[in-house]
Design a protein around this ligand. Structure first.
Ligand SMILES: NC(=O)c1ccc[n+]([C@@H]2O[C@H](COP(=O)([O-])OP(=O)(O)OC[C@H]3O[C@@H](n4cnc5c(N)ncnc54)[C@H](OP(=O)(O)O)[C@@H]3O)[C@@H](O)[C@H]2O)c1
Length: 250
């Protein structure tokens, strides 16, 4: 950081449940926060809350990530915020697996948002950090990207591609100053999962995931699970023999 001691963070997908919980942690650190996403009134309400929680200042950027040019938008946000220390990419869509299997338009949206767009924004953010020679990029992937399964493999495949891309950015940055981390949350109680039954103790709160996301911007990676137990769970799931896996319905 330079003369101004506060962290300057830009959140892409600031209306997401996990992003909002993470933004609250940054606010408690008196960060300068940029909120990028759709819906001015929602962004304004989030900004007001963050200022009340201690944020030094909050700027709003109305952005549809599948439509806006990543490099130009990031440059404008950097100018508005003064500099960028941390960039969090949090947006995504779960989509309907069953519909995606027979409707290419639905499959395309899931793939375009979670991989196509997220990959281009990650690359533009990485380019910005590379030119700065410092700063952290944290991208939200998913445990769904670790093994394809019938209930969500279109979404999972896009998150798998994104994870490899961010891993590659992290390798590019190794020993050079900036950092990149893919955080893979397990099932988390947010608007994305509003329609899913939540009986299992494996469900996490957005606040629990946000703690991991916030720490990932400072250390660890290139792959971080949120909560951490998912590293072991996914190690087991990845290694279940196909014959057994095919009998499991999840
Ligand atoms: N919740 C989980 O169980 C879970 C598990 C693993 C990984 N994740 C990942 O964690 C991240 C955050 O998810 P969440 O649970 O916090 O979900 P969420 O509350 O549903 O947030 C998703 C956000 O993405 C935004 N978004 C989608 N497409 C956009 C676009 N083209 N332009 C601008 N904004 C767009 C949505 O904005 P609008 O409201 O305007 O559509 C929404 O604010 C996502 O990448 C998700 O895939 C979530």
């Amino acid at each position: 950081m330079t003369a101004d001691a506060s962290l300057h963070v830009l959140i892409l997908g600031a209306t997401s449940g996990i992003a909002q919980a993470t933004a609250r942690l940054y606010a408690s650190e008196k960060a300068v926060i940029g909120l990028a996403g759709r819906g001015r009134s929602r962004l304004e309400a989030i900004a007001q809350d963050l200022v009340a929680r201690g944020a030094s200042s909050v700027e709003i950027f109305e952005v549809d990530f599948t439509a806006a040019p990543p490099a130009g938008t990031l440059a404008a946000a950097t100018r508005a915020l003064g500099r960028l220390d941390h960039i969090l990419l949090a947006y995504g869509v779960l989509g309907e697996q069953a519909t995606a299997e027979c409707d290419p338009a639905v499959a395309r949206t899931i793939i375009d948002v979670n991989f196509g767009s997220a990959a281009l924004w990650s690359l533009a953010a990485a380019d910005l950090l590379a030119r700065q020679g410092r700063g952290s990029l944290v991208v939200l992937g998913s445990v769904a990207g670790d093994r394809g399964r019938r209930s969500n493999y279109v979404y999972g495949s896009a998150k798998a591609g994104l994870a490899v891309l961010v891993q590659g950015i992290s390798h590019r940055f190794a020993g050079r100053g900036p950092r990149a981390v893919i955080v893979k949350p397990g099932p988390t109680d947010t608007p994305m999962t509003a329609g899913i039954k939540k009986g299992s103790p494996l469900w996490a709160t957005p606040d629990a995931v946000a703690e991991v996301v916030r720490k990932a911007a400072d250390h660890g990676g290139p792959i971080v699970y949120a909560p951490a137990r998912w590293r072991l769970i996914m190690l087991i799931i990845r290694n279940i023999p196909t014959l057994v896996f095919n009998k499991m319905n999840f």
